[in-house]
Design a protein around this ligand. Structure first.
Ligand SMILES: Cc1ncc(COP(=O)(O)O)c(C=O)c1O
Length: 380
């Protein structure tokens, strides 16, 4: 007798989804021997993003979103001892680069209707530091899980107090606020093409600038800050952060399917909402007026930490990956000494929230498996 238990195939939280034309661009890189760093795919990928975002932006393709945040902060002049006001409910990569520059992260809690940086707490923090004679150097709001932050309110505070915004749009390519694409709101913005994002280059990112000078400076710094000389000469410390021509080829193919990816992820969210929204105590984040989310990850709120853990473990037992919402940065051991302006919102979201499988390559059988596992084990 064969006692082997056949485990159902793994359902991932968010896995890469190729469109079909990526290999064509990668092959071009091989055929023309543009394997070494730069080449036509990098320019083609940058132009595709610029066309998509519109608004006359200038895009620098880089090796990661984290590197883009690092360079963005550097371009905004962040240096040792400078205060940077960063959304607390986010992935650590939003905040880590502040410390690479010797800056001081200060964390700002979220508001309930977008899960993003609260403009009220942001203003409280700005006034607090101004009253101590210390003007913050930059603000990093995040469009979490694809839901836009209150771009107008944060822009207004930025202009009122003269503090620039580095917009973390790593999770929000394809999202819009009042019909304007996310990635165009900050003085500078950041995109990520990490393997779990809505489109991917396996690893990669971009800095979105509003001036040619900012883009050129980002490219200069990302390619080891080489002065114009026949020999290698450097007057500034540089970085090795440029995207390679091979990976940019994947990006060109992925840009061709971005719109379809947004539609699939939004359809996943709608399907979950229809089937799980009726369960007592399960909540979904609605799109506030004027917001259009790419629904990068579909998330639910359960009534309690215990209910969330029960669901997470039930899904794990069925070989389905899920994950609690981001643990706020002000609760992370590594940032324990950093000041925070918190009202408990992100802490509660972390306790009660769960991200569900959200990939654009999930089919209805996968979604039904997730829904069945939740429905079977859920008790309010
Ligand atoms: C909000 C946020 N910021 C920054 C990053 C960093 O991007 P990357 O992984 O491309 O370095 C990510 C994703 O990884 C992210 O989710």
């Amino acid at each position: 007798m064969n006692n082997t238990v056949v485990k159902a195939s793994k359902i991932w939280l968010s896995s890469p989804h190729m469109g079909g034309t990526e290999q064509h661009y990668v092959q071009q890189a091989f055929d023309s021997n543009w394997i070494a760093p730069l080449g036509p795919n990098v320019q083609g990928f940058e132009e595709a993003i610029e066309d998509y975002l519109s608004g006359g932006v200038h895009v620098a393709a880089l090796s990661s979103g984290t590197g883009a945040i690092h360079l963005g902060l550097k371009l905004l002049g962040v240096g040792p001892g400078d205060i940077v006001l960063c959304q607390s409910l986010t992935f650590s990569a939003s905040a880590n680069p502040i410390t690479y520059l010797g800056g001081q992260p200060v964390f700002i809690d979220s508001e309930k209707d977008t899960w993003n940086m609260s403009p009220e707490l942001l203003e409280e923090a700005i006034q607090h530091f101004l009253s101590k004679g210390k003007k913050p150097k930059a603000i990093i709001p995040v469009h979490l899980y694809g839901m836009p932050y209150k771009a107008e309110a944060i822009r207004e505070l930025s202009l009122t107090y003269g503090i620039p915004v580095l917009e973390d749009s790593a999770e929000a390519l394809g999202s819009k606020y009042h019909d304007v694409p996310c990635g165009t709101f900050g003085d500078l913005a950041v995109l990520s093409f990490n393997g779990n994002k809505i489109i991917t280059t396996s690893g990669g990112g971009a800095l979105v600038a509003h001036t040619r000078e900012h883009k050129e400076k980002a490219v200069f710094l990302s390619t080891q800050a080489r002065d114009a000389a026949p020999h290698y000469q450097h007057s500034e410390i540089g970085f090795n952060y440029r995207m390679s021509n091979v990976l940019a080829g994947i990006g060109r193919g992925q840009m061709e399917v971005l719109q379809a990816r947004v539609e699939s992820r939004r359809a996943n969210h709608q399907y979950y909402l229809e089937h799980l929204g009726k369960l007592e105590g399960i909540e979904f984040l609605q799109e506030p007026e004027g917001m259009f989310s790419n629904r990068w990850l579909s998330c639910i709120l359960t009534p309690s930490y215990e209910a969330r853990e029960k669901l997470r473990l039930a899904l794990e037992a069925e070989n389905i990956e899920s994950r609690p919402l981001w643990k706020p940065m002000h609760l992370q051991p590594v940032f324990a000494d950093c000041p925070a302006f918190s009202d408990g919102t992100s802490e509660e979201l972390f306790q009660r929230g769960l991200c569900l499988p959200s990939g654009s390559n999930l089919d209805v059988t996968d979604l039904n498996r997730v829904i069945a596992a939740i429905t079977k084990s859920y008790t309010p």
